[in-house]
Design a protein. Sequence first.
Length: 61
Amino acid sequence: MTLYLGLMAVGLVVCVVVGLVAFYASERPPGWEGAQRPAFITAITPKSIVRQQQQDEELQS
């Protein structure tokens, strides 16, 4: 049982390390290097969250 749990833990660590290396080494596909964010994906910033909350409050009153 201990061997099984140890093997599972080592496998988890290996998966996380490989995933992180793949994530940080990845690049955008050719032709997409200078692409802008699509209009339907909004930028989430503290100011945009506060602005949305104010708009929601105005609509409710």
